[in-house]
Structures are given as structure tokens and as C-alpha cells.
Design a protein around this ligand. Sequence first.
Ligand code: ATR
Length: 280
Amino acid sequence: MTDNYAVFGNPIAQSKSPVIHRQFCDQTGEDMSYTKQLVAEGEFKQAADEFFRAGGRGLNITAPFKLDAYAYANALTPRAKRAKAVNLLIKEADGSVTGDNSDGIGMVNDMLNLGWDIQDKHVLLLGAGGAVRGVLQPLLNQNPAQVTIANRTVEKAEELAQDFHDLGSIDGCGFEALAGKKYDLIINGTSAGLHGSLPTLPDQLCRSGAACYDMTYAAEPTLFMQWAEQQGADKLSDGLGMLVGQAAESFYAWRHIRPEVVPVITDLRRKMKESKKKAS
Ligand code: ATR
């Protein structure tokens, strides 16, 4: 029997998750359907109840419902507890629903697939919202030498660092305080790019060989990647591989089979470039 999965969000039309999971199914031969569902704000619980009552086996959750999903789950994995957000719900054999967060491991696995080192590196995370909170535990699990969180609102960076200080060496500050410091890995987790802007950063933050990663993605290099290139970063990536990585972790949590991510990333990248070309 075909098992049913879906992604809930609002908006949802732009979601690539059904295409990604279709490719994972083709690779693995798993018998499952995966649809996208537009959920009205304030109606997450009702929609999730209906989905699971109808036999649904698992959900991915995207904006703006990751906190609703966190509240909805009967139990949480340690990484979801730390993230204080859930992007993955799993219906267990006993009927209960477990909440997990695969965003951070998706990002870390993408960096490792790209051949980037995290262990013993000095890492700078820009932003202190939900996206950054979601990646901190998997990132610290890689044993970086130091993680600095820099944010426009300084107190949020300091609070976040405090929340994770038991997992590694981590501090929080504002952007101006970065002047004169250097990093091996700089990750943009702000939503500034979505509004066509960039955090105001001092120059010369990149160490020789530095890697810069944007958690958002686009057909063209993002504003942050353009900044990183001007700053002489050695390696650049957007977050398309993070999207596919979190999907792969979801697939694994549901089906206990690990799909190949690289061919899916390559295919999505090609399709994004093609549709951009057609549009211009
Ligand atoms: P998300 O879930 O995407 O992380 P969020 O929780 O609203 O969204 O967090 C957005 C992050 O982007 C915050 O760190 C925000 O900084 P503030 O905490 O100071 O608001 C950051 N951000 C958004 N626009 C920005 C901009 N133009 N420059 C710098 N930081 C920005």
C-alpha cells in the first residue's frame, strides 16, 4: 500500500520538496506519495490531525508552522528540543507523533559533501533567528574550535550563545564587534537577502581558504555569495544542498533508507537555471 506524506506551509506553491522526494522514491523504489498542502494560518493543528487520521505517515513543515509543529508533537528528539522548532513529524507504530528537526544536519551534511572542514575551524554565524538556532547543535557536534554568532540585535546573539554554551565554545556579539577578526567558515543565517539586503559587515573577515555558505538559495549567486567573493572567500555555496539534505534526513527517518543527495542537487540546480533563462 502506498504510504502518504506531505509538506505543510503557507505559502507552499514554491516548495521543491515533492520533486525531491519523487526522486528519492525513484532511486530507492519506495512506495510512497508526497504532496504539498497549503494550510491556513491558525489551522495547523486541525490540518495535521486530519492528515494523520486519514492514515498519513509523516509531514515536513515549513514556514510559518515550525513552532506549531513543535507544540503539536507528542515527543521531541533532542535536536528538535534544542532547535525549538520542528520541520519533520513522524507517525510512530503506537500512533503517537514524534517531532524532529533535520535542517541543521541537512546543512552540516551538505558542507561535508562539499568537502568543507568544520572540525577545529573558527565559524561565524550571521543572524540569531530560528534558522540559526536550528543549525547550532549539529554544527557544534562537529567540534569547531569556536562559533561566534553575530546579529543586528546583539542581545539575541548573546542569549543564543548562552543557550548552547554547554555544547562547545560559543559567543555572541553585534556586527561591529567583528572588526579585525578572521574566520574559516562564515554562514549567513539572516533573512536579509529575502528583502534584497545584506548585514553590514566589516571587511577582511575571511581567513585564507575561507568558505562562505548562504542558508538561502537562488538560480544565481545570492547577495551574500557576491559579498563573499568580493572578500576573497575560497569556497562558496548557497543552501540548495541544505534543502535536499534536510529532505534526505526526513526520508531516512520515515523509510530507514538513505537516498543519494548529489544527483538530486545537480538536477534541481539545472532546472532552476533553465527556468531562470526562460523567464529572462
Ligand atoms: P528565520 O526563521 O529565517 O531565522 P527570524 O527568526 O525572523 O527568521 O530571524 C531573522 C534573522 O535575520 C534575525 O537574526 C534578524 O536580525 P534581528 O534579530 O536583529 O531582527 C536577521 N535580519 C533580518 N533582516 C536583516 C538585515 N537587513 N540585516 C541584518 N540582519 C537581518
